[in-house]
Design a protein around this ligand. Structure first.
Ligand SMILES: Nc1ncnc2c1ncn2[C@@H]1O[C@H](COP(=O)(O)OP(=O)(O)OP(=O)(O)O)[C@@H](O)[C@H]1O
Length: 273
């Protein structure tokens, strides 16, 4: 009798087995659940993000675009679920993150050059290694400003360039970009967009880009991830395969126009729902 009374009441709760993504998946998200103030933002959300691709995240205001990349990057805790990087946990994965607000992204007490080198110093790299990597970054970003200045002495575009250089310094497997252009003027947006595309073509770094600008989201993407209103699900994943480098001519390519149109239709039907 006493054995029955003391039996565990949750013994039959099924344990779901982790389902890996298809070959070539970089990030696997399973059963992701996140509540804010008792309201679900994500509930049992599943997604596979491919390796060596740029995925643009687009969706209605407040659907959780930033929260999604912040949860994947470990900046916001999840309530339930699992996120794996090529089968590994976040702590075994090198990531880089570019914030929208570049003014608060850098350490103000460090010279720009030391901000950029910071991830390398954290990894304990030798001075020669740091110098070599810094020279590579300076060349690939075509830096014309003085990196010995403090971040607050630079223009917004220069600060965001430096933030991206820092995010890429230790050759991350995944680069997260949360609206990296939204605080920049048009000229700087074009410059940094081209630099990101060049880096991607050279390194194949998987990039997850949150953007409010549909044209920009499609222009850089291999996939456009369209999200629904909350509780947020995947509305559609649209592939976009035009050749790189994409240029001003890309904007009039049939593939670009149709992907942008379809994205807009899905977005509008979601917003009106
Ligand atoms: N720390 C928090 N506490 C409470 N609610 C939050 C918190 N962070 C985000 N939220 C809510 O979660 C929802 C998703 O926010 P998030 O910023 O991820 O959306 P978004 O799609 O990136 O938004 P936007 O399009 O406005 O940039 C919003 O309703 C927001 O108010």
């Amino acid at each position: 009798m006493s054995a029955v009374i003391n039996a565990p009441v949750f013994a039959d709760v099924p344990v779901r087995e982790f389902q890996p993504g298809p070959a070539g998946t970089q990030i696997t998200i399973r059963g992701l659940t996140k509540y804010f103030a008792g309201w679900p933002l994500y509930e049992d959300f599943n997604l596979d993000i491919p390796k060596h691709k740029i995925v643009s995240v687009f969706g209605p205001n407040g659907c959780g675009k930033s929260t999604l990349i912040n949860m994947i990057a470990g900046l916001v805790p999840i309530d339930a679920g699992e996120i794996l990087f090529d089968g590994k946990s976040l702590k075994d994965t090198k990531i880089g993150y570019v914030f929208q607000n570049y003014r608060e992204a850098m350490f103000p007490w460090m010279r720009t050059i030391d901000n950029i080198a910071y991830p390398l110093k954290l990894e304990g790299r030798s001075k020669a290694e740091v110098d070599r990597r810094m020279a590579e970054l300076v060349a690939s970003f075509d830096v014309k400003f003085d990196l010995n200045r403090y971040p607050y002495e630079l223009s917004g575009g220069q600060q965001q360039t430096a933030s991206i250089m820092r995010a890429l310094a230790n050759n991350p497997e995944v680069l997260f970009l949360d609206e990296p252009f939204s605080a920049l003027d048009f000229e700087m947006t074009l410059f940094i967009r081209e630099k990101l595309q060049e880096v991607f073509m050279q390194t194949g770094t998987t990039m997850l880009l949150v953007s409010h600008d549909l044209e920009e989201a499609v222009y850089l993407a291999d996939q456009v991830l369209l999200l629904t209103k909350r509780p947020t699900r995947v509305a559609e994943i649209l592939p976009y395969n035009d050749v790189r480098p994409r240029t001003v001519d890309t904007l009039s390519e049939p593939g670009f126009i149709s992907t942008k149109k379809l994205s807009l239709e899905i977005f509008q039907s979601e917003v009106r729902r």
